[in-house]
Ligand binder design. Structure first.
Ligand code: MG
Ligand code: MG
Length: 248
């Protein structure tokens, strides 16, 4: 069942989104050559606690950290640890925070030092595909319009859309109905109505979107080792159009 949020609930979700966005920014500022992914996770974890919020990823399904940090060919669910970032690495950080019982969820791909041209093009296209998706999140449109917006934007630029992982509804739970694929047919699927809150999260690959899970049972990587980028916002559909809740 898709739960619709009241304006009071949306106000709480905006607070959760703000803490999430600020934590993500703090983590992103720490992305530099020589820094470990474990250190970035520590900064994000401390930031969330300092706001009196709860890191939603820590312990979720047994995940051992407060942020997923996925480097280069890692698409999502990378476990932070001893890995030292190198010049030109692209680093996808995914963060969730709970405030007053409500969830925020946001991700961004940062770069350590200077990116390659290919990496920059992938990051730009992935970020913009999220913006294209948000534009169509209007009452009366359909779920398929979101996926279609992402897919058509990135595939026109030669990039791949991961099929196995998708965005989701969000509220009191991190993952609520409906699933929000990054591919789809315009005009098809569930109708978008005011009060829906969706985490839209394009996971886009430089080459083939085929992916697999590493032996740690978490990290999802591209099979061909091409780069991947991941951008995510938590967005409310309102009578006044889409409202991004995960802004600082
Ligand atoms: Mg996320
Ligand atoms: Mg998400």
């Amino acid at each position: 069942m898709v739960t619709l949020k009241t304006s009071k609930e949306l106000a709480k979700m905006r607070k959760a989104g703000s803490v999430t966005a600020q934590a993500l920014r703090a983590g992103g500022e720490a992305v530099k050559p020589g820094v470990t992914t474990g250190e970035i996770n520590r900064i994000i974890h401390q930031f969330i606690l300092s706001k009196g919020a709860k890191p939603s990823f820590l312990g979720y399904g047994g995940f051992p950290a407060s942020a997923c940090i996925s480097v280069n060919d890692e698409i999502i669910h990378g476990i932070p640890g001893k890995r030292v970032l190198q010049e030109g690495d692209i680093v996808s950080i995914d963060v969730g925070a709970i405030v007053d019982g409500y969830q925020g969820d946001s991700a961004w791909t940062f770069v350590a030092g200077q990116p390659s041209q290919a990496a920059q093009a992938l990051m730009d296209a992935t970020e913009q595909s999220l913006m294209e998706a948000i534009k169509v999140m209007l009452p009366g449109n359909r779920l398929g319009d979101i996926g279609h917006a992402v897919q058509s934007y990135v595939e026109a630029r030669g990039f791949g859309v991961v099929r196995e992982y998708v965005g989701h509804g969000i509220g009191r739970e991190m993952h609520e109905e409906p699933e929000v694929p990054n591919y789809g047919r315009a005009g098809h699927g569930v109708r978008l109505v005011p009060g829906m809150v969706l985490a839209v999260e394009p996971m886009i690959t430089e080459k083939s979107p085929a992916c697999k899970v590493l032996a740690d049972d978490w990290t999802v990587v591209t099979v061909d080792h091409g780069l991947a980028a991941h951008f995510e916002h938590t967005i409310a559909i309102t009578d006044n159009g889409p409202v991004i809740l995960t802004l600082p």
